[in-house]
Design a protein around this ligand. Structure first.
Ligand code: JF5
Length: 270
């Protein structure tokens, strides 16, 4: 996969040299370049922003430097390839999640446009549709100073899904969100630490009971912390033991989906 990132703070993307993603680049699994938006300006002051039409606080990123930068990264693409995907981090975008990470990991070429200030002149987004599949994407309902930190998170989430990047691909299957539930709690040695014991079932050697306990812990945690995930969960063909555990947490299966029982109390059972 090829990834281009355009930013006025290319040094902010330095962590992409490190750890798993840095290794993937060294191994030739990921061809990642960071570009300085200012290098695409032509004025003496290398201006990238200006005041907003209509008034209001802050500054808006000027269209022309963005068009020059994006045309330059789009051009460096084989003519037979499909359109690259232009990802624009923004609190006003669609939500980034594991499903979108998997979808983007299938692409040949991703371009990330890091906005700053109040954002990028909207006409750039319209113009870019001719050369890219444009996707404004949000990491969550909070405001960052610019897109760079969002890009670090997205490149890590996508990069680790590329073939060969994570050593043991089984760790991708087992982890949080691959089945729409939160992960079960984990423990390691010693079995007693500061008078706290590891749950006995994990020391029992009974792999069936361990699997069932972990599954039920996933339901318990998800009910407690992310009831929205439980309501979206596909509960079409659950084993009897799972349905019993969920009923104890106040959830019944209603045509393939989990529904919170109205009489289950205001707090999920623990
Ligand atoms: C940004 C204008 C982009 O703040 C964000 C963001 C929040 N969730 N996901 C992304 O992006 C940076 C700030 C201002 C455009």
């Amino acid at each position: 996969m090829r990834i281009d990132v355009v930013s006025i703070f290319p040094e902010y993307l330095a962590p992409l040299e490190l750890s798993l993603i840095g290794k993937a680049r060294q191994d030739g699994l990921l061809d990642l370049s960071v570009h300085d938006l200012r290098s695409f300006t032509t004025d003496r002051h290398r201006t990238v922003d200006d005041t907003p039409y209509g008034g209001g606080a802050g500054m808006v990123m000027k269209a022309e430097p963005w068009a020059q930068a994006l045309a330059s990264v789009a051009a460096a693409q084989p003519a037979d390839a499909g359109k690259p995907v232009l990802i624009v981090p923004s609190p006003a975008g669609e939500r980034f999640n594991q499903a979108l990470a998997y979808e983007l990991a299938e692409e040949d070429h991703l371009v990330f446009a890091c906005g700053r200030y109040e954002g990028i002149d909207e006409r750039v987004i319209e113009w870019a549709e001719e050369y890219f599949t444009v996707r404004p994407v949000s990491l969550g309902d909070y405001v960052l100073n610019g897109g760079e930190v969002a890009v670090l998170a997205m490149v890590e989430a996508i990069g680790r899904l590329l073939p060969g990047v994570v050593g043991n691909p089984e760790s991708l299957v087992e982890e949080s969100h691959s089945d729409g539930l939160l992960e079960y709690p984990v423990y390691t040695k010693p079995s007693v630490w500061r008078e706290r014991e590891v749950p006995a079932v994990l020391l029992s050697g009974n792999h069936g009971k361990i699997a069932q306990w972990r599954r039920h812990e996933q339901y318990r945690r998800t009910a407690e912390r992310r009831p929205d995930l439980l309501e979206a969960f596909d509960a079409g063909s659950l084993p009897r033991a799972d349905r019993t555990a969920l009923a104890d947490l106040g959830y019944d299966v209603v045509d393939g989906h989990l529904k919170r029982r109205p009489d289950a109390g205001s707090q999920p059972a623990s």
